[in-house]
Write a protein that binds this ligand. Structure first.
Ligand code: ATP
Ligand code: MG
Length: 417
């Protein structure tokens, strides 16, 4: 079976909003092992919606629509689907009561327009929407499965997880799909693939898919089987094989992120962390505070953009700035030490560099960045030559600093290749 996603909304066509619903649904379907062969976007227009639905229902088994379930006149999805499949719209008294109490709970009277949200397509199953007014609908037709989901992601996503996934799973009762993701840093995607090429090529179940994202990559091992236990029996030996080759680069699994892994490590060891950032302007601090619970290790930081702030807050010496400049290993090192002296944090990370697009010279080009980690009376500094635009250089600098931090606190720096 394959699925097609059809996002409804003129705002999408005009580029006023990004179609994140399609991205979310596509990635969830991939996890379920359901192929998506087409995605579409259509405006709030009856005729063009019919056209899009007609094409999609001819070529796809599962049709997932988002948007256009609201109360206003341009919210047409329910009506158009009912008409296209020759179904009546039936007023559901229970839904009407729910809607009225949704409004009552907010101290308001239900506007008459919202009545149409209590209309169920004949033969369809209602998908609850506790976070909004538009319930979803699931219409099972002979060899066709149609889902109508609300547009707002805050309503659509939980509905997808709570209602749609269980239905899709029940369509394949004797099949489960499990996957394990290995999260990898410090090696590029192609170098990683080279190291495990033979393992990748040898597998059909589980399959292994490499992915690259900014500053890191991953391997997803996916097995199909009749039971969860059997799927894991397929995954585990392959995971072990991959780990034998790549363990040095694997920082985590599944939903782990490098900041979270670093945070866990620091918390376990009872260490505190502070950061001093120049060209990244607080980005490293943002990454580190992304996860709840970061206050158990992260105490704060300084954004020292100017030389004066580096001197005043971090005690970087004027000789260093004169002799080597602010973008230098010496400055990065003094920033980390200065931060430790100032805050007494166990671990201190500093970043200084040229993010561009201006400010580069032949000697110090755009993308030259120094990072340093202070820990246990030692400093570990690195010179980076980063590529990309300003934004990419900042992201990459912060991620490299995270990586160095991870290596230092896990004691895995010495053997770094
Ligand atoms: P409502 O009851 O809010 O009108 P609806 O089901 O009719 O819900 P739309 O009117 O199509 O949905 O969209 C409402 C809002 O949901 C949009 O303004 C937009 O913020 C968000 N939205 C809609 N479609 C998408 C999409 N494909 N991706 C991301 N956001 C979306
Ligand atoms: Mg709407």
């Amino acid at each position: 079976m394959n699925a097609e996603i059809l996002a409804v909304g003129t705002e999408l066509l005009l580029g006023q909003i990004v179609n994140t619903n399609a991205q979310f649904i596509a990635s969830e379907l991939a996890l379920l092992g359901i192929g998506v062969l087409f995605q579409g976007v259509v405006g709030d227009n009856r005729k063009r919606m019919e056209e899009a639905i007609s094409i999609a229902s001819n070529r796809s088994d599962i049709l997932i629509l988002t948007g256009g379930l609201g109360p206003t006149d341009d919210d047409l999805t329910r009506e158009v689907i009912a008409q296209f499949f020759n179904k009546q719209l039936i007023l559901e008294p229970d839904l009407l009561k729910q809607l009225e109490s949704f409004f009552a709970g907010r101290g308001r009277q239900m506007p008459p327009n919202n009545r149409k949200q209590a209309m169920r397509i004949e033969g369809a199953q209602i998908l609850a929407n506790p976070r909004g007014t538009a319930p979803g609908q699931y219409l099972a037709l002979p060899s066709k499965h149609v889902f109508l989901l609300p547009g707002p992601p805050s309503e659509m996503r939980p509905m997808f997880v709570e209602s749609v996934i269980p239905i899709l799973r029940s369509l394949f009762p004797n099949q489960t799909i499990q996957s394990r993701i290995l999260r990898i840093v410090g090696i590029g995607e192609s170098a990683m693939e080279e190291k495990v090429r033979d393992i990748l090529d040898a597998q059909t179940n589980p399959t292994i898919a490499p992915y690259a994202s900014e500053g890191e990559c991953s391997l997803r091992i996916t097995a199909k089987a009749d039971t969860d236990a059997r799927a894991w029996e397929l995954i585990t030996p392959v995971e072990q094989q991959l780990m034998e080759r790549l363990s040095r680069y694997v920082y985590g699994r599944d939903t782990d992120t490098l900041p979270r892994v670093v945070g866990r490590e620091l918390t376990q060891k009872g260490l505190t962390l502070a950061v001093a950032e120049s060209c990244t302007g607080g980005l490293l601090g943002e990454y580190l505070t992304d996860a709840p619970g970061s206050s158990s290790f992260f105490i704060g930081g300084c954004i020292t953009y100017s030389n004066e702030m580096k001197q005043q807050l971090l005690n970087v010496s004027s000789q260093t700035l004169k002799a080597y400049g602010a973008v230098s290993e010496q400055c990065a090192t003094e920033m980390a030490i200065g931060l430790h002296n100032r805050t007494n944090a166990d671990v201190c990370v500093s970043i200084t560099g040229i993010a561009g697009p201006d400010g580069g010279t032949a000697e110090k080009p755009v993308g030259l960045v120094y990072i340093c980690v202070y820990f246990n009376g030692q400093t570990y500094a690195r010179e980076l030559h980063l590529r990309g635009d300003r934004n990419q250089i900042r992201i990459r600098a912060a991620k490299q600093a995270l990586q160095l931090l991870w290596r230092v606190i896990t004691g895995t720096l010495e053997t770094q290749s």
